[in-house]
Design a protein around this ligand. Structure first.
Ligand code: HEC
Length: 226
């Protein structure tokens, strides 16, 4: 066995330590430390169970999902505007003035449906039907008047008599909304009467001002005048 202890110490990092046989010297400790250091530096940290880095495609899919969500929000988010939740639709600009288009079916669902029902058949004994009702499909003035000021007392609709109360809507709904909802009830569930304009509603409202709910006979008189 060659006597390695004779060689100059620490001259090369690849030098093997003189660990086998012989006396224990200071230089031996240096080598052991050096080697130990190298081994420690080479060792990787043990990966912990459940904390392995995810595969690349997980990142790719995450980025893709984020991108798609961002696009969707940008396209349909409406800049967080509350207009999206209103009955009225977002504004359409006509010659500089902001004009909102109102949907009659949405007004109906929001304010009339609880009583007259989604199918316009009403509730027997309580709320009269609008589908096929002579009060709805004849002259446009009658349903406008009813919605504006309400209706009470005995009334016969499609051969059945009701005696209940309908509230007025002239304070709650705009002329556009009343025109839209009256147009809706005149053209739904088999009804096929002409549409109503907000101008007609405006005229009646200006003419009648503030007044009490109608009785059937009052409406009957006004109807035959037309
Ligand atoms: C709180 C319940 C209620 C609501 C809400 C209501 N109505 Fe009525 N409506 C009635 C009642 C009750 C009558 C009959 C009144 C009577 O008995 O004198 C009636 C009568 C009518 C009539 C005439 C009779 C007929 O059946 O054709 C029309 C038209 C009408 N309502 C339309 C509407 C419209 C449009 C709305 C929504 C804007 C509306 N109503 C909201 C209860 C309601």
């Amino acid at each position: 066995m060659p006597d390695e202890s004779k060689k100059p110490q620490g001259s090369s990092s690849h030098q093997r330590p003189a660990s086998s046989g012989g006396e224990f010297r200071d230089s031996d400790t240096t080598h052991v430390n050096e080697i130990h250091q190298r081994i420690v530096a080479r060792e990787q940290e043990e990966p912990e169970e459940g904390f392995e880095p995810p595969p690349w495609w997980v990142w790719a899919i995450s980025v893709l999902i984020l991108f798609v969500m961002g696009f969707y929000l940008g396209r349909y988010g409406g800049s967080w505007s509350t207009v999206a939740h209103e009955v009225e639709q977002p504004a359409v600009t006509v010659g500089g003035a902001v004009k909102r288009s109102v949907k009659g079916d949405q007004v109906y669902a929001a304010v009339c449906q609880t009583c007259h029902q989604a199918t316009g058949v009403g509730i027997p004994g309580q709320y009269p039907p609008l589908a096929g009702s002579e009060w709805v499909i004849n002259d446009p003035g009658t349903p406008i008047r009813v919605v504006l000021y309400g209706f009470e007392g005995s009334v016969t609709v499609k051969g059945t008599t009701y005696n209940n109360k309908m509230p007025a809507f002239y304070e709650k709904l705009s002329e556009d909304e009343i025109a839209a909802v009256v147009t809706h009830i005149r053209s739904s569930w088999g009804n096929a009467a002409e549409k109503v304009t907000s101008g007609e509603v405006e005229t009646l409202r200006a003419e009648l001002g503030v007044r009490a709910p109608w009785s059937a006979s009052e409406l009957q008189t006004l109807r035959t005048k037309k």
